[in-house]
Design a protein around this ligand. Sequence first.
Ligand code: HEM
Ligand code: CU
Length: 558
Amino acid sequence: MTFLHKYPKAAKVAKANFIVAFIALAIGGLFGFIQALHRTDVFRGFFNSGEYYTLLTGHGVLLALIFTTFFIAGLFIWGVTRSLDREPENMTFTWSWFWLMVIGLVMTAFTILGGLVPDSSIRAAVLYTFYPPLQAHPAFYIGLALVIVASWMAGADWFWSYNKWRDNHPNDRIPILTFMALFTMLMWYVCTIGVAIEVVGLLIPWSLGLVTEIEPLLPRTLFWYFGHAVVYFWLLPAYYVWYAILPKLSGGRLFSDSMTRIVFIIFLILSTPVGYHHQYADPGISVGFKFYAMATTLLLLLPSLMTLFTVVASMEHGARQRGGKGYLKWIGKLPWDSPAFVGCALAGIMFAAGGFSGMINASMNINLLIHNTIWVPGHFHLTVGTAVALTFMAISYWLIPQLTGRKLKFKTLALIQPYAWFLGMTLMSNAMHRAGLSGVPRRTAEPQYSGFEFEPIFGTMGEMKWQIAIGGTILTISLILFLWVIIASWMGGEKSDMPVDDYIPEPLSGVEHTPAILDNIKLWLALAIILVLLAYSFPLWEMVADGVFSPGALPRPS
Ligand code: HEM
Ligand SMILES: [Cu+2]
């Protein structure tokens, strides 16, 4: 029996979430393709440059906010249900958060796409960061607020299941698949408070005309309070897959249960206090606070390096079970012919590269060199655009059969897909990084300036342009392959009681070696809140003292 047969109700909601996620992926990906051709001037026939922000908002919001959130909801339903061995407590509640999230998404998407209709007053060309002075139709912000509220309900749903399970298992340790989901959601609660205050308290009244002037610094600060932690909200579910499932796909077992829990705890504690590293160039925030954010950001490298160690150790164990030998020769024994494994492994390799460019972004002084250049999209297409998105696609090859009770079709296409993504992203991201070093700006339809020549540090501008266009095209082909394989398997895959081997073995160093304090949810949450208060109360107080509530008065760094 697979997941579908054991937990039919949970399977149905999980599938609904995945369907929405894949639709967002398809539309968002199409916009990415069009942008890549447009801004490189390879083909500009799809739309006018004036509509670029509408496209780019669609791309960013649909992929980074909608695809991720719905996929994560589906993944966590699967993990929590399975590890607690219980269906959701109340299906009416579960479906109500799902539909609320869909209503929010539809409102948001409708306002963005409205921008493609000539002379429409319904527009939301505000990019996925949506802070003033760019302004969207009120329905855009209201839709986003609904998505956030619905995601809070989803988290409450999983805590509800956990509490019920706890009643029957007073002395058991939290199962690892539930532990990781709950800690990710705790971090989500802490960080979304900022964006909720921004949207409900500032942006909705402003877009409705109830408030006429707004000082950009405060909404920017509230956005980035959320905006860094949100990257971990995307990333931790990818870690979820790497910790819980990838070792098994490699033929082995997770290296250490306690290491996994410690990593998730560190992310809960440190993710939010670092937001100012997105505001190094903002006036109105004292340099000392920015320095504090830089220090905590660099500390966050620690749990990612721990993840690298644990995941690679688990994979090595798997390869050795399969007969791998030597210091590095074991790598050849990994299942390089399994689409789910290959996608996760290549995503992990790209993430390491993204980590290196991330260190440069995080460093206050050299950040200024690449700030607002195309280097930045180069960086986050390695992280969210590959580490997260490719992991999600790859693990779908293993999850969707469990949810539909059907075997995967077109295995060869499924295997080509992650390799193609890796190749396309290597070209696109590498060229974006290098173009950024020469000063090519991000977020513009026409980066070329008349009478101005960019000076490449390495290579030529023409070669970079073609790499972005060709890389973007290969990525789009990879995306089409993915959707094709999933739709074909979902609709027409061979029915089976056991479409994939879904057994997950116990870790090598199991929960019996894990200190009980790691499961103390209240303790870690309290620590997270204290650190947030330390990091944010002084700068916010300083902003208020500087006159952030009297727009028009320039805030001064004190
Ligand atoms: C078919 C694959 C993709 C292509 C061809 C593509 C292409 C692009 C390009 C060319 C830009 C830069 C636009 C500019 O700054 O002027 C961009 C921005 C962006 N992309 Fe992608 N992308 C792809 C996949 C993804 C994925 C999978 C994600 C996330 C899950 C993603 C998230 C973003 C975000 C958040 C932005 C920034 C939007 C903004 O600045 O407001 N992209 N993409
Ligand atoms: Cu950040």
